[in-house]
Design a protein around this ligand. Structure first.
Ligand SMILES: [Ca+2]
Length: 410
């Protein structure tokens, strides 16, 4: 197991003992995690500290996502923050699920007692068939088990682990935090407009729980994220003072050009679509868009191609070339493009940048990183990225340790 706090504390001590006068002291900017490290060169992050590692849906590369055990595992692997998506149950409890549709990430289909609740409904403009969290009480949800949502990941733990509430995740983070290591929680309000229409709005419930936790402050170990600006604006207007992060999505990357593509429903936030606002997610990363985000948020959470996109190789026939000859076409057949100015632009606007999602699978790593997930993290860390959302916390931490050593070298 890798623990970030201990090696970081040791490197800080070593650096302080042997450090020259040109060692850069960490800034005093409050941050819940990680432990500040002194380096020869300054980190290019907004707060001058090393980037944070956010365990995306827990240790979702190893354990069925957003189960209690996935969060425990992520903490064991060294995560600075654990990330739940939040949806509401019928009785108004916030639970960790990426989708209101339980068919996607639980074994609900194997529960005959719930067969009659299967239905078809529209979620953010998309017609879905399944079982929806808003038709289940928390007690019923607790009888379900989480399953891996990626067919290429381990399936052996499917159905074994339960779905935690937001409260249980906060309790876990507090219980596992120590004098030298604070574990933050990084909740997302999921489909906020949809929940509001169901009569189960997420925001007031979220604020009540954060207040109860004693975490309603800018320096508390919590970041609240959403794709929908109106959800973040509402939270702020109702007195939530935690760090807020505006997520920024896109549909895909055109591998011919490296340009991001914008096709509904991934073209704009759903609240913008409902309001008839014709802007796209890409309007959020312009200087004007960033300035607007700064009026209600503390950072952005962009899909990582906004920072460094990728481009494939195309033959004379117009078809993408299977560069590694494995018979499949994916990111392993594409290479990184030069970085955009987004990190610098966001920092100029006073916004931190946490990019998603970093994963270990070969098919998801651009060819120039030579199937080395750590190389991809380090390329992003070197740009001054403030944090990564990772399915593989341990890899993100090892890559950060290597990056920190780079920064400590003279
Ligand atoms: Ca290939």
């Amino acid at each position: 197991m890798l623990k970030s706090a201990i090696p970081l504390t040791i490197t800080l001590a070593l650096s302080a003992c042997g450090g020259g006068s040109d060692t850069v002291a960490p800034t005093a900017t409050p941050s819940p995690s990680p432990t500040p490290v002194a380096t020869a060169k300054p980190f290019l992050t907004l707060n001058g500290l090393q980037p944070i590692v956010v365990a995306h849906r827990g240790a979702s590369g190893y354990v069925p996502e957003e189960t209690y055990e996935a969060y425990v595992k992520a903490i064991e692997l060294g995560a600075d923050a654990i990330e739940p998506d939040l949806v509401a149950t019928k009785d108004g409890v916030l639970i960790a699920r990426h989708d209101p549709n339980l068919a996607y990430s639980t074994d609900v289909a194997q529960h005959p007692e719930f067969a009659s609740r299967k239905k078809t409904q529209v979620v953010d403009g998309e017609t879905q068939t399944g079982w929806f969290a808003s038709d289940f009480t928390l007690a019923e949800i607790k009888t379900l088990g989480g399953i891996a949502t990626d067919a290429e990941r381990p399936q052996a733990l499917n159905g074994k682990y339960k779905i935690p509430t937001f409260q249980e995740i906060i309790d876990l983070a507090k219980a596992k935090s120590t004098a030298t290591r604070t574990i933050a929680v990084y909740p997302e309000t999921k489909n906020p407009t949809y929940h509001k229409a169901l009569g189960l709005p997420l925001e007031d419930r979220l604020i009540a729980i954060i207040n109860q936790a004693g975490w309603n402050s800018k320096t508390a170990p919590i970041y609240v994220q959403s794709f929908e600006p109106s959800s973040l604006k509402y939270l702020k207007s109702k007195g939530l003072q935690t760090k807020l992060i505006q997520l920024i999505d896109a549909d895909d990357v055109d591998l011919k050009t490296g340009q991001l593509t914008f096709t509904a429903p991934y073209d704009r936030p759903f609240d913008w679509a409902m309001a008839g606002d014709k802007r796209l997610f890409s309007d959020m990363v312009t200087p004007a868009g960033l300035a607007e985000i700064k009026t209600y948020a503390d950072g952005i959470g962009p899909w990582k191609p906004y920072i460094m996109s990728v481009k494939g190789v195309f033959g004379a026939d117009g078809k993408q070339v299977d560069v590694n000859g494995d018979g499949k076409l994916n990111y392993a057949d594409a290479s990184s493009l030069p970085p955009s100015t987004l990190i610098a632009d966001a920092h100029k606007a006073g916004l931190m940048v946490h990019a998603y999602t970093f994963r270990n699978e070969s098919r998801r790593i651009p060819a120039d990183f030579k199937n080395d997930a750590k190389a991809e993290y380090k390329a992003f860390y070197r740009l001054g990225l403030d944090g990564v959302f990772s399915d593989f916390t341990d890899t993100a931490i090892v890559a950060r340790d290597e990056y920190v050593k780079e920064m400590q070298a003279k």
